[in-house]
Write a protein that binds this ligand. Structure first.
Ligand code: ZN
Length: 369
């Protein structure tokens, strides 16, 4: 029986360079019309009883090569549970071995969240009591930009994620957040706030197996100052909807390749920055860290200096445009090292729990926003 490596499915990405004996040489494919790449997801068949060595030969040229040291590939035999496969990064090559006790196995950069699962999430949530669904617009490939609204309170809360499609932890977070928002526990928050949710900003990149861009190779999180129907209709329709409601608090959900921790980034450096405005952002981070061992405030990105915020990024744009308390949330591809899971690393279940923890924290301070 010959070994088959296949990524021709929703969210798949890999190119086979060569198969020689038990060694499978691979490359990650670039996003369409872009040089970004790092997301991979593929299936292997025909290897039962064998031990194979997988090598991603172009790992060094990926978008964030500092993401590879200390990283472990995710592997699954049932597409439900994703475990860490012992992985090493040496000489610019990412390498792992796998002994096939089963006919099939899947490998991915992180537990995938497909467009098919997105469709199920939207359908399930839209059936819950008190939920309104709307298509805000369409992507360049013609897919719907799904939007869900819950609650009727005066504060306007926006949750949006997966501008970068190769960061599926964002949509696992959304799944946890939406389960909580449709439970009885959310009643106090939904009395104080109207919660607007866009669980996937970039359906084309998701289906195409991209890391960072849409079908035209555009990084959506560099479009918020001037989105256009030609380049970034995904951002344009969401920003128009935000203009209609206003924004008091927002979370933009992402994954970070290099830093082994959950962290948030804010809007230091926007033209209208004030200590009072910033204090609400920092208060959210400190309260979240006190609420869950899966969050911390020590590690994160460098802050922009005064006046140097990049207003093409959504978090800065919303803070400046609406005076919103505006949060970029980053979850790791590695693990949250302060509270590690040696079998699964940072995992879908933990993304979902962090989604709940973020909303519980928000509920406790919504009156101060
Ligand atoms: Zn991102």
């Amino acid at each position: 029986m010959s070994i088959s490596v296949n990524a021709a499915f929703d969210g798949g990405n890999i190119r086979v360079v060569g198969i020689e004996g038990d060694r499978i040489d691979l490359e990650i494919v670039k996003d369409r019309q872009s040089d970004f790449y790092q997301w991979f997801h593929f299936r292997v068949a025909g290897a039962a009883g064998r031990t194979l060595t997988f090598r991603i030969l172009n790992a060094a040229g990926s978008a964030y090569p500092r993401g590879w040291p200390g990283y472990s590939t995710r592997a699954s035999t049932d597409r439900e549970t994703w475990r860490l496969a012992e992985t090493r990064y040496e000489g610019g090559v990412l390498e792992w071995r796998w002994t096939f006790a089963t006919p099939l196995a899947w490998f991915a950069y992180f537990a995938p969240y497909s467009m098919e699962r997105h469709a199920a999430l939207v359908a399930h949530t839209a059936l819950a009591a008190g939920v309104a669904h709307r298509e805000l617009g369409r992507s360049l490939d013609g897919q719907a930009i799904d939007y869900l609204r819950l609650g009727a309170g005066p504060k306007q809360v926006w949750l949006y994620g997966r501008q970068h499609p190769g960061e599926p932890m964002a949509e696992w977070w959304m799944e946890g957040a939406l389960e909580w928002l449709t439970s009885a526990a959310a009643a106090p928050l939904l009395a104080a706030a109207t919660v607007h949710v866009v669980p996937n900003m970039n359906p084309d990149g998701t289906r195409r197996g991209h890391l960072r861009t849409n079908a035209a190779g555009v990084n959506l999180n560099r479009e918020w100052h001037a989105p256009s129907a030609e380049r970034s209709p995904e951002v344009l329709c969401v920003r128009d909807a935000m203009d209609a409601t206003g924004v008091d608090f927002a979370i933009d959900v992402h994954g970070d390749e290099a830093i082994p921790a959950n962290f948030i980034a804010g809007y230091e450096g926007i033209p209208s920055w004030s200590e009072d405005h910033g204090a609400k952002f920092y208060a959210f981070g400190h309260r979240l860290a006190a609420h869950t061992p899966d969050f911390q405030t020590e590690r994160g990105y460098e802050k922009a200096s005064a006046g140097n915020a990049n207003l093409s990024m959504s978090t800065n744009q919303l803070a400046e445009r609406f005076g919103a308390v505006s949060v970029t949330l980053e979850m790791p591809f590695k693990d949250h090292d302060l509270n590690p899971d040696p079998d699964h690393g940072w995992s879908p279940e933990r993304c979902k729990r962090l989604g709940v923890a973020c909303l519980e924290t928000l509920a406790g301070m919504i009156d101060e926003i």
